[in-house]
Design a protein around this ligand. Structure first.
Ligand SMILES: C[S@@+](CC[C@H](N)C(=O)[O-])C[C@H]1O[C@@H](n2cnc3c(N)ncnc32)[C@H](O)[C@@H]1O
Length: 290
């Protein structure tokens, strides 16, 4: 795998594996010329930087000018992401498209302002695009590795080294948002779900994907049980033509099946459940080899 000197990386090899796998699945010649990629909870920006590299440095002949936007609530993370981008730009040939990092709270809504310190996502994207002719565009691909560890799992199973050196903000969803996430998740009253406190971000991420007309979404999860819950949320959302679970090594040829909400979904690769892959509309034509 390509390596550039990141100042701080909390991405795991499994994160890199699904980003690389997505990039290899994409039929580059069919992608929109102005492909727009949004990475929510971007941290130090590892995902957009790696994805940009995988898409472009390996295919310099591509005639695209992609726009990558990474979003995080932490000013420290945004600063590190900007430093990583500067380091990456020095090594990227050719330097195509743009990579921008924005401060926003993915869980906030316009109504939760002004209490929130960071703007909500819609406001942040609107401000970012306000100088453009057409205002806020759609985002074709949405990726996210959000905080997904429940407070209980954090106390009981997270390694001491991680507990002491990673900020809890990066790993554990805020308790104050968990009830609201449950309400968003239970949009279908016929199918009430019990939600895990670690799942807080996923209803928000799915809702953003719908609002931004996202065609492909890839959401990291902790394990297979969370993968099944998030895939079930996506099935209930009713907008995705493909719902898949990718394991740690999605490129391995093993294929499994699960039935969720009466729908059969594919489980791809080897290892524990690591991400949920969603495709709809035009995105179905951008993905090959599945
Ligand atoms: C698990 S880390 C992922 C970082 C990076 N995407 C990666 O793969 O290494 C989660 C990130 O979410 C950010 N975060 C936490 N709460 C957030 C919120 N409400 N809105 C936006 N970002 C948030 C944290 O600051 C942290 O950088």
């Amino acid at each position: 795998m390509f390596c550039f000197p990141l100042i701080l990386s909390i991405s795991s090899p499994e994160t890199a594996a699904y980003v690389s796998y997505l990039s290899r699945l994409l039929l580059h010649e069919r992608l929109p010329h102005h492909l727009r990629v949004l990475d929510l909870c971007t941290g130090t920006g590892c995902i957009p930087l790696l994805f940009h590299h995988e898409l472009h440095a390996t295919r310099p002949e591509l005639d695209t000018t992609p726009e990558f936007v990474g979003v995080d609530i932490s000013a420290t993370a945004i600063n590190l992401a900007n430093e990583n981008r500067a380091t990456y730009a020095l090594s990227a040939r050719p330097a195509v498209g743009t990579i921008t990092f924005l401060d926003a709270d993915v869980l906030a809504t316009e109504s939760s302002l002004p209490a929130a310190i960071s703007p909500d996502l819609t406001t942040a994207l609107d401000t970012h695009h306000s100088s453009g002719t057409y205002g806020r565009p759609n985002y074709d691909i949405l990726i996210s590795n959000p905080p997904y560890i429940s407070p209980r799992a954090f106390r009981r199973t997270t390694a001491r080294s991680v507990q002491h050196f990673e900020p809890a903000l990066a790993l554990v969803p805020p308790a104050s948002q968990q009830d609201q996430a449950t309400r968003i998740a239970n949009t279908n009253p016929l199918e009430p779900e019990t939600t895990d406190p670690g799942d807080t971000f996923y209803p928000h991420l799915l809702s953003h994907a719908a609002t931004l007309n996202t065609q492909i979404a890839l959401l990291e999860v902790a394990d297979m049980s969370q993968a099944l819950r998030v895939a079930a949320m996506a099935v209930r959302q009713g907008i995705w033509e493909r719902v898949e679970i990718w394991r740690d090594e999605p490129a391995r040829s093993s294929l499994g099946r699960e039935v969720l909400g009466g729908r059969e979904i594919v489980v791809r690769g080897e290892g524990d459940g690591r991400s949920v892959f969603l495709v709809r509309g035009r995105g179905c034509g951008w993905v090959g080899g599945l």
